[in-house]
Design a protein around this ligand. Sequence first.
Ligand code: ZN
Length: 497
Amino acid sequence: MNYPMNIAKSLKFLTQTLFLLALTANLGFAQKTYSKLPVSQLQSVYEKYKEPAIAHRRFKHADLQPLIQKHASAFKVEKLGESVDARSISSLDWGNGSIKVMLWSQMHGNESTATMALFDLFNFLEGKNDGNDELRNLLNSELNLKFIPMINPDGAEAFKRRNSLDIDLNRDAISQISPEAVILKKARDDFEPEFGFNLHDQQTYYNVVNTPKQATISLLAPAYNYETEINEVRGRAMKTIAGMNELLQELIPGGVGKYDDAFEPRAFGDNIQKWGTSTILIESGGYPNDPEKQEIRKINFMIILNALHQIATKGYENYSTEQYFAIPDNGMQLVDLMINEMQVKVNGKPYPIDLVIRRRESEANGSYYVSGSIDDLGDMQVYFGFETLDATGMEFTLGKVYPEAFESVESISQEKALELLRGGFLAAKVKNGTARQLHNLPIQVLKSTEKVSGGWMTGSAPNFFLSKDGQLKYAVVNGYLIDLQNPKTQEYKNRVL
Ligand SMILES: [Zn+2]
């Protein structure tokens, strides 16, 4: 055996081993730089710091002011300006780090979910000695956060999308006709954040495309040009989103959609991306049995906190733009009620049709009512109903108005309303009360009209019966389905017509 050869071999082996060791160590190190925050930690932190003063989604500007003041010592609170109706818009700054992140919410007045989560987050950031100081100190030393909750306080007051000029602030990033748009643009320009979070709500009818899953959260790294190109700024937002999606898949498996990335030259998200801030859009959609969006508020809190941790540790670098593109697209395929194979007679001939019905909310007296509408009919296989009825063998049947007037809405009981429905009456008149008064009866109540409209064609009001062999089986009242034999408990958000 050749001795020197042996040494050479050993040396080669040693070099290879060292190289492999270095590689392994390096990989190990790369993995250690970021690990997703554990769901259990996020959950317990949320339960501890959830802001108890906000318990529903229709809170107002006045409700937030004492909460902002509560944080005036731990945060730098600054009044940035006023809305059209002279409501203050303030920012809250926290952290001594060098990575600037700006988060703004509710530029659409009726999209309040993330605002709630921001106040939960303020409580967490201000906390201490709770076993989370390591995380808090890391965020504090790496990040410089600027929060602007409720950019559109006038819209929030009326719980409507637009501001008091009836301008959609998300189409006012360039013209800046609205004082609220001026405030947001100036805040971005003065602060020049590396990352931005644009916090919205989307309609609850959004789903994960071609699935019955509601898109509880949709995410987007907005495009900065019509070609929807990817530069470093947008790519960083995409990677951060990929990390957020990984957490979301644990929280709401299959419930995450990718929002449409068509470039909108007037929108804030698109332009802030263009101006050099890696911008992340979070759209809060619907979640089963969560009308006040408190579950989605919690999810917002968790993904925002996790994303801030990702940004502080640069953990987003462990994700790829391919992972972002792998998130399925949003769809618009959910409806409140789907009725399949209902028979309608035209020229004496029966046709089996599927109907899809949506019940859209409108604001009234600090609460809301719904307006049912038949959105489409025919072959409805591309839709998914929150509720579906197979109406095979059942026939569309018009309802009547009960001939005698009741004293008031209050004088009609739930049981009386059901009795009227079973008798073929879809509406009851009242002598007293006002049109537009809210009620929760499973029947139409009339004050300003003697007639109830109903039909099966698109745009019709969904007021009718379904009958089988001459027997009434179901009533559809303002788009609500009522099983006449076995009515289930449900909340009706109706108003006097
Ligand atoms: Zn919005």
